[in-house]
Design a protein around this ligand. Structure first.
Ligand code: GDP
Ligand code: IMO
Ligand code: MG
Length: 442
């Protein structure tokens, strides 16, 4: 399985797409239209919000899984758009157990974040306003509507009435009758894609087929283990991917964490290594750091190894993919945060303070690594032809430090947005070298 190891937008889409080439099923395990996964295909750029990247590959089934909250109108639009562009090469499947995210939830999401902002501008979460929190709340309240309910008029009606009764504080909700009939209609149009997913995946695994679990959002946005309350309302961790797919832990053979060579965050919440000045502006400009879903400028900063170690332990990462190393090319030195100094003079190396306030007060301590050259066309060409041996020595050193500090081998390196700009590193030496593993066998 693959999970985001930072605050989201690590380049998961690109890595999932790369790995989906030899999968039979690729399953999105959580979240909904808050996600934006960018994939640069030879035919053009695609941003997937609710569909799994498996839908782009011939012979692959891209599943929108049971752990998701699916906005039926926009997922339909996403399918049609890919069809129009001739990019729907794989098969679309939508879990019958996924919950339905309604226009009502979008209104409620905005209402909730506005309420927070009025009380304290610092307290606003800066959600994507796609209705994620309220949709998961209604799931937990057990009057949520599931995809399987769209052709059950009585259940649909009853649950809508319960939901509306609980949301009488909201203005401008669409009339129930109109919403119920639009939902029944869209349910009819989506019906050809709806499947009971879990038995399909169990059978596939029994036949020895490859199933890839595709996490959206990321570890530090996990509802319980992220920077609460500045989190999303699902569980984007490896544990969450199991609940979100119906697969047992015994079927997992690897957990790949995806992290950028630096860090970004969209929305509110603590971000110890954030750079608000020129350095942040540089990362935003060169990295093209603008939200794939909301278009908001992403907050930018340096790689935080404290948070990466935490994500490694929380998810049980067995390997790392480090993306966007090209963005840092040409810098004289590359800072990485190795520990925090806390206001009480204690140090933190591999845990996440429970209170977001405490994390906001953490002072990052940096190690400054020598930078590597810019990624000109010639270097890219050599990397494509010669593979890992063409990596600049200082970039190897950077990757090695990540391996030493996290104890997790780096398996993939992204050096550009295109499908083929991904390097697979040679398998790591398994001997421990002091603090961790060594990435290089030679
Ligand atoms: P996701 O949500 O994790 O899938 O990431 P996003 O798609 O939201 O944001 C990642 C951005 O970085 C996208 O614009 C990708 O095309 C781009 N990207 C991914 N990997 C690389 C890389 O290795 N180098 C560069 N320069 N861009 C990358
Ligand atoms: P991908 O899959 C980055 C952030 C929002 C906000 C917080 C809560 O593209 O990495 P929500 O709408 O989920 O209630 O917002 O979580 N957030 C993301 N940030 N990438 C994402 O998805 C995100 N999905 C949610 O910005 O801070
Ligand atoms: Mg994204």
């Amino acid at each position: 399985m693959e999970v985001g190891a930072q605050f989201g937008d690590e380049g998961k889409g690109k890595i999932f797409d790369f790995l989906s080439a030899d999968a039979k099923y690729v399953v999105r395990t959580g979240g909904g239209p808050n996600a934006g996964h960018t994939i640069h295909l030879p035919q053009g750029v695609v941003v997937l919000h609710q569909l799994s990247c498996g839908v782009l590959r011939r012979g692959v089934v891209g599943v929108s899984g049971p752990g998701m909250v699916v906005q039926p109108f926009s997922i339909e639009e996403e399918i049609r758009e890919l069809e129009r562009r001739g990019l729907l090469q794989g098969e679309v499947a939508i879990s019958d157990r996924a919950h339905v995210l309604l226009p009502v939830h979008e209104i409620e999401d905005a209402w909730q974040d506005d309420l927070r902002a009025r009380r304290n501008p610092e307290g606003a979460l800066g959600t994507t306003r796609r209705g994620i929190g309220p949709a998961y709340s209604d799931r937990a309240a057990r009057w949520g509507i599931r995809i399987a309910d769209l052709d059950r008029p009585a259940v649909l009606r009853e649950n809508l009435e319960l939901m509306y009764a609980a949301k009488s504080h909201l203005a401008n909700l669409p009339p129930i009758d109109e919403l119920a009939s639009r939902l029944a209609e869209v349910g009819g149009r989506l019906a050809p894609y709806v499947r009971s997913i879990e038995p399909i995946l169990w059978d596939a695994l029994a036949r020895g087929e490859r199933v890839l679990l595709e996490g959206a959002q990321s570890a530090l946005l996990d509802l319980d283990f992220g920077t609460y309350p500045f989190v999303t309302s699902s569980h984007p961790t490896s544990a969450g991917a199991l609940v979100g797919s119906g697969l047992p832990p015994t079927e997992v053979d690897s957990v790949l964490g995806i992290a950028k060579a630096y860090a970004t965050r969209v929305g509110g919440g603590p971000f110890p290594t954030e750079e608000t000045g020129e350095a942040g502006e540089f990362l935003r400009r060169v990295g093209g750091e603008r939200g794939a879903t909301t278009g908001r400028a992403r907050r930018c900063g340096w790689l935080d190894l404290v948070l990466l170690r935490y994500a490694a332990r929380l998810n049980g990462l067995t390997a790392l993919a480090i993306t966007k190393v090209d963005v840092l090319g040409g810098l004289e030195e590359v800072p990485v945060c190795t520990q925090y100094e806390m206001p009480d003079a204690s140090t933190v190396r591999d845990v996440l303070p429970t209170h977001a306030d405490d994390l906001a007060r953490a002072r990052p301590v940096y190690e400054r690594l020598p930078g590597w050259p810019e990624f000109h066309a010639r270097l890219r060409e050599r990397l494509r032809r010669e593979g890992a041996s063409a990596l600049p020595a200082t970039l190897r050193r950077f990757l090695d430090r990540i391996v030493e500090e996290t104890g997790v081998p780096v398996e993939l390196v992204g050096y550009g947005p295109a499908r083929d700009e991904t390097l697979r590193l040679p398998p790591p030496v398994t001997r421990r070298t002091g603090a961790g593993l060594s990435a290089w066998s030679g």
